[in-house]
Write a protein that binds this ligand. Structure first.
Ligand code: NDP
Length: 307
């Protein structure tokens, strides 16, 4: 079985930064990118709060540069995804895409988080037929049409303002009478005349036919049920950590985030480190994920030196 000193799982800001640091520390890291190279940032367009770019930078460009930097420094970045993990004894063993195998002395888990859905059967039925969790990926299909965005956080506001530039009308379906989003994002929403916020509303059903979504049935807190007519139904209600593969072996919190020790990235298993959105329920920003990736590489380096 192939053996590596340092295995990095995941290719968002945390994984790539860990690869940059681990390469410079001569750990010859192997990184598996999984299904979403670039991570969640690839579902957004321009990032304005990544330090160092006065005018902001396209997320895909930033992630592409991080990847190239890691490769130039010596990281072995591979396309596959880890599909099983065995932490019962060291070196830890992993299955790649259901067939390949690799074992590692130190492991950095940087698998990030994925979009949450409401869990309605109708939502599942129309997934990819009008139901989407990524406005920047799919918004283009709804040009000059009416759409809805569920959620009241920064993501929902960002998606709604993005869609407002493309679509005729954007409904925001918000379950309370306030937005959770930052003041800056709320101000942007208010500046868009074609966004209408439907306060105190929950979605009962996504409506549609064989061609896809045609609307949504909503219920206001006071009990009133009403339909809106939309062609696109976008979810922006948060994320869940991609920790399922590891939760059998590592301590996770009630929401599935991998628990790390104090300021370190150490998990409950020796030699296994976690960085980024898979262990951070609080800050969830690319810059924090990158910083955690750095810490994970430093923690892995110290651990390997002590072996
Ligand atoms: P949040 O957890 O911040 O917000 C989720 C939103 O979805 C809330 O309004 C929540 O309502 C609502 N919601 C959750 N579950 C349901 C449900 N079942 N039905 C209806 N509504 C629901 O997630 P975000 O993805 O918006 O943001 C995550 C983090 O990323 C935050 O820290 C945010 O600040 C950050 N972020 C920053 C950006 C930026 O700075 N440019 C851009 C995007 C995200 P309720 O409020 O009632 O709980």
């Amino acid at each position: 079985m192939e053996h590596t000193k340092c295995l990095i799982i995941g290719a968002g800001p945390a994984g790539y930064t860990a690869a940059i640091y681990a390469s410079r520390a001569a750990l010859s890291p192997v990184l598996y990118e999984g299904l979403e190279p670039g991570g969640q940032l690839m579902t957004t367009t321009r990032i304005e709060n990544w330090p160092g770019y006065e005018e902001g930078i396209e997320a895909s460009v930033l992630m592409g540069e991080m990847r190239k930097q890691a490769v130039r420094l010596g990281a072995d970045i591979r396309r596959g995804g880890i599909t099983a993990a065995d932490f019962s004894e060291r070196p830890y063993k992993f299955t790649i895409d259901g067939i390949g195998q690799i074992c590692a002395d130190a492991v950095i888990i940087a698998t990030g988080a994925s979009a949450r859905y409401l869990g309605l059967p109708s939502e599942r039925r129309f997934r990819g037929m009008g139901v989407s969790a990524c406005a920047t990926c799919d918004g283009f299909f709804y040009r000059k049409r009416d759409v809805a965005v569920v959620g009241g956080g920064d993501t929902a506001c960002e998606e709604a303002t993005y869609l407002a530039g493309l679509c005729r009308k954007v409904y925001m379906i918000v379950r309370r009478d306030v937005l959770r989003a930052s003041d800056a994002m709320q101000a942007r929403v208010k500046d868009c005349p074609n966004i209408e916020i439907l306060w105190n509303c929950n979605t009962l059903e996504v409506l549609g036919d064989e061609d896809g979504v045609t609307g949504a049935r909503l219920q206001r807190k006071d009990g009133e049920v009403f339909d809106i007519s939309v062609d696109g139904f976008f979810l922006a209600i948060g994320h869940h950590p991609n920790s399922e593969l590891f939760s059998e072996w590592l301590d996770t919190d009630g929401q599935g985030y991998i628990v790390t020790e104090g300021k370190s990235t150490k998990t409950s298993r020796e030699g296994v480190f976690a960085a980024g959105d898979v262990q951070d329920p609080t800050y969830r920003q690319a810059i924090n994920a990158a910083a955690a990736g750095c810490r994970a590489a430093l923690d892995a380096e110290r651990y390997l030196k002590g072996l």
